[in-house]
Design a protein around this ligand. Structure first.
Ligand code: DAH
Length: 366
């Protein structure tokens, strides 16, 4: 059948010249598709006499098989070629040196969290986290802050709309609720460090409605005030990288600790310039205390068997002190020039013992 042979030769020619899988698909549709040339020929068979129809049908089927085989073979060939081209295009030379020129920066908050976690990690603390939207029970009640307690007003809490039962969820005002969640979920010994976001309705040069805290909690049978002091002195000296940094524990009050202490570090303000270290002046940097027996009881832990200490610290505040960042609000401006100056190079890994490695500052602020 002349038509079929000519069609076969033409289509095989097109297939051999096809350069892309798309071109090949177009050839297939034009030949074998619903309105394809071969399909049309097959449709014409109906008009033939039975004998001629059988003969022509066999010939057309043979052509169809040849074309289908050629399409499959060409498809393989083009698929392999496309894959090879793709791999060649995506090739990365892993032996090239890292480009350290124009690159992103680690935000000082992230860097400070990494440093704090690295230091406490060395002491055997593990990181714990909790939700930003919190039940009143975890944020206040279980921490020994009952409904009428003045601390509730001091926290400038953001409340969510009342629920049908009259209760309200809160944006957590501190990281302390994670103490409760951890004590309820685990059995002592417990040693956690909790970095995270916190929220209070307060906004000025030294307050932001969203800020960061880090909480610490240790619970064991023999934990005492000496452990609290040793641990926090060691932290302050490592974090600020001042080996003889004076650290002072000042009696204070928190509903969830008894006794409670605020921790100050030594500094000097000579000539109006703040310098961390021995200098006769003091800077408050964190709150701490021995976990209140009632808080332990609220979490199903027997205070006759276990005791522990806790502390909480503002991350922005210690970051500002360590890196000489003057204004709290700039942390959240997403100003690229600020980030280039105060941010950190991604490849500088904070050392576990000494915080940031010397010389890791991107912009040279001291
Ligand atoms: N939660 C306190 C605050 O937000 C900080 C704090 C003080 C946390 C003493 C503690 C602690 O775990 O023991 O101001």
């Amino acid at each position: 059948m002349e038509d079929a042979d000519r069609l076969r030769d033409e289509v095989l020619g097109e297939i051999s010249r096809a350069e892309t899988p798309d071109a090949l698909e177009a050839i297939r549709v034009a030949a074998l598709g619903r309105r394809g040339r071969l399909t049309e020929l097959m449709r014409g068979l109906g008009a033939l006499a039975p004998e001629a129809r059988r003969e022509a049908g066999a010939a057309l089927n043979a052509v169809k098989d040849v074309i289908a085989a050629a399409l499959a073979e060409a498809g393989d060939r083009l698929g392999r070629a496309a894959r090879a081209a793709q791999l060649a295009g995506e090739r990365a030379d892993v032996t090239l040196p890292v480009q350290t020129g124009e690159t992103g920066r680690i935000h000082p908050i992230s860097q400070t969290v990494d440093e704090i976690v690295a230091i406490f990690g060395e002491m055997g603390f593990v990181v714990a986290e909790g939700p930003h939207i919190e039940e009143d029970f975890y944020n206040f009640t279980a921490l020994n802050i009952p409904p009428e307690h003045p601390a509730r007003q001091e926290h400038d809490t953001f409340y969510l709309p009342e629920r049908p039962d009259g209760s309200r969820l809160v944006l957590r005002t501190h990281t302390s609720p994670v103490q409760i969640r951890t004590m309820l979920a685990q059995t002592p010994p417990i040693r956690i460090i909790v970095p995270g976001r916190t929220f209070r309705a307060d906004h000025d040069a030294t307050h932001s409605p969203m800020f960061h805290q880090v909480e610490g909690l240790v619970i064991d049978r023999t934990t005492h005030m000496g452990h609290l002091k040793g641990c926090l002195i060691e932290f302050c000296r490592a974090f600020f990288d001042v080996e003889d940094l004076p650290v002072r524990f000042r009696p204070s009050y928190f509903p969830f600790t008894e006794p409670s202490a605020e921790v100050d570090i030594g500094c000097s303000r000579k000539g109006g310039e703040l310098k961390i270290g021995a200098g006769g002046d003091w800077l408050e940097i964190l709150g701490s205390g021995m976990v209140h027996p009632q808080v332990l009881r609220n979490c199903g832990i027997d205070p006759a068997e276990y005791q522990g200490f806790a502390f909480g610290m503002g991350i922005e505040r210690v970051a500002m002190l360590k890196y000489g960042i003057p204004d709290l609000r700039t942390f959240y401006d997403s100003d690229l020039r600020w980030l280039r100056y105060y941010g950190f190079l991604p490849l500088d890994i904070p050392s576990p013992v000494r915080g940031a490695l010397a010389g890791s500052m991107a912009g040279g602020a001291a």
